[in-house]
Ligand binder design. Structure first.
Ligand code: KG4
Ligand code: ZN
Length: 348
């Protein structure tokens, strides 16, 4: 069965075809980063308009790459939430229209389920059950995943997400948008030990996170540095502060992930979401899991951030698990800008 999937929850338009038997056949992506850069963050209305312009050319590109036509497609998948309401509506309405025109079932997909299952697109595949660390621009969660469709929340951020902590700190340092990749690039030249930044909730017994205090600490250090240098910040100051910020975020994410492995006695950790592209986080978790006699799994690097492949793939996994009613599909739809992943979890 071939599934055409659409992702449009934020600032990437992604389209892909996944086959339930053969896996990912093709995907195409347009990132709006350059468009939003001038504003220092995503402008929702601009995002929606750009999705409208990109979605059909990307669909043609994907079908071309896969050597398929719309007549070869058996089902349509799309991100139904969480995300920006207007942006989600573009993908949802295009997907439902295509499904209606071709008389195909349409499968609404939870964006985080897409991220969470995306490590299964790489080899070796993580075996179930596993713990998933979901670290994106909007979410930071630890989940226990028994199987496709069974997600138990172990802990989450009480305020800012890890990606948000990267982005907001980077913005304070004048690094532009999105801040995560820029900050981690700059951190390569810095000395993380120069600034002692807080690691909120590092020793709390639970598996929750808190990152909002970090940006305040970064701002305080920046103000002090500016005062000391009469306004002009040295390149090394910024690099050292970037390295210290990255180290603080990575320390907390690693410590809580290890705690989750110990509490669940599971051996496999899956990391997904944009922050999963961070090299230090990858290296730290690899070493930590080796120490625990387990293993950590990541999505292919280009599929860490938002993309259509993970949405079509999540739909395919749900179909294979018997979780989708493909006959009862109707084409009235809604999107859910806020949506708890556990709502798509089924108890068995
Ligand atoms: O999953 P994603 O593409 O979008 C959401 O669903 O939010 O994640 C985007 C987030 C942004 O906050 C971005 O700064 C962060 O992932 N990010 C990184 C890196 N690459 C992307 N953070 C740290 N290091 C990176 N290399
Ligand atoms: Zn995402």
């Amino acid at each position: 069965m071939k599934i055409l999937g659409f992702e449009s929850s934020c600032d990437e338009t992604g389209v892909a075809v996944v086959c339930t038997e053969q896996g990912l056949l093709a995907h195409a992506l347009h990132s709006q980063i350059a468009m939003h850069e001038a504003y220092g963050g995503v402008v929702p209305e601009l995002a929606s308009r750009d999705h409208i312009q990109r979605v059909l050319p990307l669909t043609r590109e994907v079908l071309g790459k896969a050597g398929l036509t719309l007549n070869d497609i058996d089902a349509i998948a799309y991100t139904a939430g969480p995300g920006l309401a207007g942006a989600l509506l573009v993908g949802a309405s295009v997907a439902q229209s295509v499904a209606w025109a071709l008389q195909l079932p349409a499968i609404p997909v939870h964006h985080l389920e897409g991220h969470l299952l995306s490590p299964l697109l790489a080899e070796p595949r993580p075996p179930f059950p596993f713990v998933a660390l979901l670290v994106s621009g909007g979410h930071t969660q630890l989940m226990k995943v028994e199987r496709v469709g069974s997600y138990e929340l172990l802990g989450e951020t009480l305020d800012d997400a890890a990606g948000e902590a990267f982005d907001k700190s980077a913005k304070l340092m004048g690094l532009g948008y999105p801040g995560g990749p820029a900050l981690s690039r700059l951190a390569e030249e810095g000395d993380a030990s120069r600034f002692d930044l807080p690691r909120p909730m590092l020793h709390s017994r639970d598996l929750d996170f808190s990152f909002s205090g970090l940006k305040t600490a970064v701002l305080t250090r920046l103000n002090q540095l500016r005062k000391d240098s009469a306004g002009a910040l040295e390149a090394q100051d910024r690099a050292d502060l970037a390295a210290a910020t990255e180290a603080a975020i990575v320390d907390v994410l690693a410590a809580k992930s290890i705690k989750a492995m110990q509490q669940t006695s599971l051996k496999h950790l899956v990391v997904a979401g944009g922050v999963g592209a961070n090299r230090h986080l990858r290296e730290r978790l690899q070493a930590a899991m080796q120490g625990l006699g387990g293993k950590v799994y990541f999505p292919p690097l280009q599929l860490c951030t938002d993309n259509g492949a993970m949405i079509a793939f999540a739909a395919a996994q749900r179909v294979l698990a018997g979780l989708e009613d493909l006959k009862g599909s109707h084409h009235a739809f809604t999107v859910k800008p806020r949506w708890d992943l556990q709502e798509v979890s089924v108890a068995r």
